[in-house]
Design a protein around this ligand. Sequence first.
Ligand SMILES: Cc1cc2nc3c(=O)[nH]c(=O)nc-3n(C[C@H](O)[C@H](O)[C@H](O)COP(=O)(O)OP(=O)(O)OC[C@H]3O[C@@H](n4cnc5c(N)ncnc54)[C@H](O)[C@@H]3O)c2cc1C
Length: 399
Amino acid sequence: MYGTRVVVLGAGIVGCACARELALAGLEVTVVDRGAAASATTAHGEGNVLVSDKGPGPELELAQLSRRLWPQVLTAVAERLAHAARAVEWEPKGGIVVATTDAGARELTRFAAGQRTAGVHTEVLDADALADAEPYVTREHTAALHYPEDAQVQPAAAAAALLADALAAGAVLRTDCEVLAAVTRGGRITGVRTSSGLLEADWFVNAAGPWSGELSTRLGAPVDIRPRRGDVLVTTPLPPTVFHKVYDADYVGAVGSSAGDLQTSAVVESTRGGSVLVGSSRRRVGFDDRLRPEVLSAIAVKALRLFPTLAGVPVMRAYGGFRPYVPDHLPIIGADPRLTGLWHVGGHEGAGIGLSVGSARLLRELMLDQPTAMDPAPFRVDRPAVLGGGAGTVVEEAV
Ligand SMILES: Cc1cc2nc3c(=O)[nH]c(=O)nc-3n(C[C@H](O)[C@H](O)[C@H](O)COP(=O)(O)OP(=O)(O)OC[C@H]3O[C@@H](n4cnc5c(N)ncnc54)[C@H](O)[C@@H]3O)c2cc1C
């Protein structure tokens, strides 16, 4: 495999994680991005590495694999680039899910029972234990669960650390380089035309986040990855107020829903700098990046129900981004069946930070025909949700 050339299209956290895996495996890796590294979705979300919001199934398995890998990856990065690894702000702080209605409590209890059978650690918190763990959370709760495996990173720093490790292993980064079209020969992609000229390679990895659908269309092999908008409020730095990632039991329903209209649920966490991040929303509005007051206010109302103490706390800013969404809510990891040499890794929706390292590991194992850490079949490209809706046909010679 030495001497095999790979171009990773997109330098978000997913592309950076893929570049690192492939460069460490000895491939000649070039990463291209039309902007700067980690400047798109990866810089517009939060950094939760969660198992708690996933029910039994392939996405949970990928989350468990990624959760095992994160500390190993960061230890390996730290051996070469201590400063970059420290900047990641890895915090295995655990998550707490709080129900505030009887129906929510029943659903949370049922959901957690399923997760336990899949190996997720959960602990029921009674009122005293919850008050000890989160002194400022509402007392009006009907159930609470602790998920000790949930963790947090600073997402852009995490992408930068993965990229720095890839570059240290020989990868090359090209920024301000937009991929425009594919060059194909005999059903194989042999190059991409970019705003800075032609790039030839043996393999190409579409890691363009929410733009993966658009990019794959430019390459002539469309996959159905769409944007799903999310917004977050950021408070001014506060004295310690929130000690875990704390969210309302409704959140799991919002994550799994395919509704296009506004969905909000309270997701609250602190950062090392003291600001509290208050999320989040889900809307399908294409790439409309306007902040909407009614969305921000709906997020705030739900957060105050969970943390009444946040009333009166100044909000310093708000931001949002576009989660890369696949209609069946599963990422895509694998070779394109229509265009030899093209691979796709994306569609992680609201979990791409956490799932990046496991996805990159699977990509490397599939590319190099190695035994895989888990069954990759559920993430294959040729499933109806990915190739349906007009995305199924290859457009030859899309130069
Ligand atoms: C509000 C919000 C909260 C979130 N919270 C979390 C969380 O807590 N935990 C979690 O795990 N995930 C979270 N996410 C999701 C996470 O941010 C994404 O899943 C992840 O960042 C996707 O990474 P990516 O590398 O696939 O995409 P991106 O970071 O968008 O990277 C794709 C790159 O491709 C480049 N590109 C696109 N088209 C082209 C082209 N034609 N040519 C060259 N380059 C191109 C772009 O410039 C971009 O840099 C959240 C998202 C949002 C919006």
